[in-house]
Ligand binder design. Structure first.
Ligand code: KG4
Ligand code: ZN
Length: 332
């Protein structure tokens, strides 16, 4: 069984090839065009997908040593994501499946982030908890099976990655600011400044208050000292990161207590954050949890996770028709 998977939900164009359940190639092309605008511009994203998709698919097939005529199925992200971006991958996948006469599988991007844990060992056993934290999403998911998961909690406003990126922007860091803020935080004092946490009652999150608090705090400080940010950059980064990480870990701890599940998995681009990784490992030690964090290439948007999801769907006979269309607001 040879599978080609395609991902184009936001600003990364990805293609991956699996043969008999093994990942053979995973190619991703990012889009530098958005940096100058400080965020993803949907129209530019879909145009860039149109330019990148064929070369990315060709590279994935070449790296896997697979000819397109050998493909047994084609999988593609159905949503959630940007409609224009999703359409590019979707139409390509449909056309290819039709031309080759092979089945089409449509994949939920948020489920794919969770199932990225099954690409390589070590893999969690069902059931487990997964915290998916990216630039677009923050979801705490109870994973009962590959095709059976539900949301325990999620953000009611900004995503965790957005909280990193937007506060980093207030500090004058270029987009996407999350990784830079993480780096600067490493030499700062996380307890120097205190900002409001975003853990709501139950398991939900809210990060927009943090962004506003940082904005007004910086306005007040720079009014009397224009060099305030520059002089305190590392401490500001460390304190913001500490606030976001503590919020995420607080809800995770509550979810473990409520469900009794002690296998805890991390997914999404923010899983790269060094403070979150450290905090989670420390908590896991004291609370006796087993922690799973996939390789970074499977945490950020990629087609391997889409392919892994599709393999589970293929085994269950969950195929899509040529009438399928992308769904920007697809629920988990
Ligand atoms: O999963 P991803 O690649 O794309 C989305 O689906 O959004 O996640 C990207 C997000 C961005 O917000 C980026 O700033 C954040 O992940 N990110 C980080 C770090 N590395 C990536 N945030 C904090 N610390 C990091 N080291
Ligand atoms: Zn994603």
């Amino acid at each position: 069984m040879t599978l080609l998977a395609i991902e184009s939900s936001c600003d990364d164009t990805g293609a991956a090839v699996f043969r008999d359940g093994q990942l053979l190639s995973n190619v991703v092309a990012g889009q530098a065009v958005h940096a100058q605008y400080g965020g993803v511009v949907p129209e530019l994203a879909s145009r860039a997908h149109q330019q990148h998709l064929l070369p990315v698919v060709t590279a994935a097939l070449r790296q896997a040593g697979v000819d397109k005529k050998e493909l047994s199925a084609v999988a593609v992200t159905q949503g959630p994501g940007l409609l224009g971006s999703l359409l590019v991958g979707h139409l390509f996948a449909k056309g290819l499946a039709l031309a080759l006469g092979v089945p089409l599988l449509t994949v939920n991007h948020m489920r794919a982030h969770v199932l990225a844990h099954f690409i390589r060992d070590p893999k969690p056993d069902f059931p487990f908890l997964c915290l998916t934290v990216s630039g677009g999403h923050t979801q705490l998911v109870r994973v009962l099976g590959a095709l059976d998961m539900d949301i325990l909690g999620q953000t009611i406003d900004d995503a965790a990655g957005e909280a990193f990126d937007k506060t980093a922007k207030l500090l004058g860091l270029p987009y996407p600011g999350g990784p830079r803020l993480d780096k600067l935080a490493q030499t700062g004092n996380p307890l120097r400044f205190s900002f409001p946490e975003g853990a709501l009652e139950g398991f939900n999150f809210s990060f927009s208050g943090l962004k506003t608090a940082v904005l007004y705090f910086l306005k007040k400080q720079t009014a009397t000292n224009p060099a305030f940010i520059e002089e305190n950059l590392a401490d500001l980064c460390a304190s913001i990161q500490h606030t976001i990480v503590q919020t995420l870990l607080k809800q995770l701890k509550r979810a473990v207590q409520a469900t009794g599940l002690r296998q805890v998995a991390l997914a999404g681009g923010v899983a790269a954050n060094s403070g979150l990784r450290r905090g989670l490992q420390e908590l896991a030690k004291t609370e006796e949890w087993e922690v799973f964090i996939p390789d970074f290439e499977f945490c950020t948007d990629n087609a391997a996770m889409v392919g892994q999801s599709a393999l589970f769907q293929y085994a269950a006979g969950d195929f899509a028709s040529q009438l399928a269309s992308p769904d920007p607001r697809l629920k988990l």
